[in-house]
Write a protein that binds this ligand. Structure first.
Ligand SMILES: CC(=O)SCCNC(=O)CCNC(=O)[C@H](O)C(C)(C)COP(=O)(O)OP(=O)(O)OC[C@H]1O[C@@H](n2cnc3c(N)ncnc32)[C@H](O)[C@@H]1OP(=O)(O)O
Ligand SMILES: O=C(O)CCC(=O)C(=O)O
Length: 377
């Protein structure tokens, strides 16, 4: 896996999450941040929406960012004209490719769909634009029809073809087979766009990359339609840690970026969220904390600092004596084995009562008074 490009679509598919609406300033701030950390390409939105959306996209095109900017379009000439009016030099043109989509949206008129696509691609190419095409619902499309569409795109001057698992129904094995088939026959790069309806978006995106795709659509925090998309932070860190692919992205700012997107979207990140969740590097359980105190590699796939986090050891219902005595020692208190056992019992009771882990102060309050008062060891 070499020369992989991240094309982040937080500002397009991410914003399509129900209830999410970024302001112009938020779109500018997010684009600038992703540019600053080295994301290669940004799908900045849908110019055909007009008004605020077009204003935000125009503003982003005027920022003179290093990252490439691409706008999302239907296979409609006026959509592409709207992209040009925003100052975009790259357009993504989407076309449904599955029977179910073509039947619902174009009354099953396959030839009409292909005609629309050809006209749109040729118009965009004639305007001197970089043209990428997305096969909407590629995963449910007939495989030979999908390949014919992609080969036609290549012939018409398109520069990239996006394989979309629009409703997130693939698993990594099937993704790999379908994407490998496309890659074998195409000269243009293939891009992955995977949805998380079965929790497999990141796994499928990686399977597609392993099968030869060289670009991948991501969103920060996995934000996006329904259950969301492949998460930027997951794809970037999996590539780095599992496949030794360094994308040149400053991963130390991923958590900060996650916070920005959570704030702008109003969608908070669950504590257990991979890479950026509050608990991603937190340890409470006795056996885990005991291991971590000896060697953090026992229960961490990589150091938290790599993504802008810090390790947290918290005392709670599942903690054991090693962690409790470690925290107490950091506060100048050394207890006997029996005393630790008593404190631990108090920790378990209080954690259940409070339904959370304890603060250090709450832990200290469980220590026999004379010990705290005199710091006796
Ligand atoms: C899988 C995806 O995520 S695709 C991206 C989806 N994103 C969005 O829809 C968000 C932004 N969308 C919008 O603001 C609006 O839908 C617009 C501006 C694009 C179009 O708005 P409207 O003209 O009001 O149409 P509406 O959204 O109700 O219906 C979609 C129309 O686009 C057509 N269409 C859908 N996909 C495509 C396509 N890839 N190429 C050409 N036409 C298409 C539909 O057939 C329908 O056309 P019709 O009006 O002739 O029946
Ligand atoms: O780019 C496309 O063709 C559609 C992308 C998309 O959002 C999807 O298929 O879910």
């Amino acid at each position: 896996m070499n020369d992989i490009q991240i094309n982040d679509t937080t500002l397009r598919d991410g914003e399509q999450a129900a209830g999410v609406a970024f302001t112009v300033d938020e779109k500018i701030a997010l684009a600038s941040f992703m540019d600053a950390i080295g994301v290669h390409e940004l799908e900045v939105g849908i110019p055909a929406m007009g008004s605020e959306e077009a204003r935000a996209i125009s503003a982003i095109t005027h920022l003179d960012l290093r990252t490439s900017l691409i706008g999302w379009n239907r296979a409609v000439r006026s959509d592409i004209e709207a992209s040009i009016a925003c100052g975009l030099k790259r357009v993504h043109i989407s076309i449904p490719v599955s029977e179910i989509q073509i039947a619902a949206k174009f009354q099953g008129d396959v030839q009409g769909v292909l005609r629309r696509l050809r006209e749109a691609v040729q118009f965009a190419v004639d305007q001197g634009l970089y043209v990428a095409v997305g096969g909407e619902d590629s995963s449910r499309a007939d495989e030979s029809f999908l390949l014919d569409v992609a080969l036609s795109v290549e012939e018409w001057g398109g520069s990239r073809f996006r394989f979309c698992d629009t409703v997130g129904i693939l698993d990594p094995m099937k993704t790999s087979q379908k994407v490998a088939h496309l890659v074998q026959h195409l000269s243009i790069p293939v891009e992955m766009h995977t949805h998380n309806d079965f929790g497999l978006a990141t796994a499928n995106a990686l399977a597609g990359l392993q099968a030869g795709a060289t670009s991948v659509n991501t969103t920060v925090n996995g934000l996006g339609e329904r259950a969301g998309n492949a998460a930027l932070e997951e794809v970037v860190m999996a590539l780095k840690q599992m496949y030794n692919v360094n994308l040149g992205i400053n991963t130390r700012r991923l958590r900060e970026l996650s916070d920005l997107v959570a704030q702008a979207s109003g969608c908070s990140v669950p504590p257990w969220k991979a890479i950026v969740g509050e608990n991603a590097f937190a340890h409470e359980a006795g056996i885990h904390a005991h291991g971590i105190l000896k060697n953090p590699n026992t229960y961490e796939p990589f150091a938290p600092e790599e993504v802008g986090w810090q390790r947290r050891l918290v005392v709670g219902k599942h903690s054991g004596r090693h962690l409790v005595s470690n925290v107490l020692q950091q506060n100048g208190i050394t207890l006997s084995k029996e005393e630790i056992a008593t404190v631990l019992e108090g920790v378990r009771n209080l954690s259940v009562k409070f339904k959370r882990s304890l603060t250090v102060e709450e832990l200290l309050n469980l220590v026999p008074e004379r010990r705290v008062a005199h710091g006796i060891s």
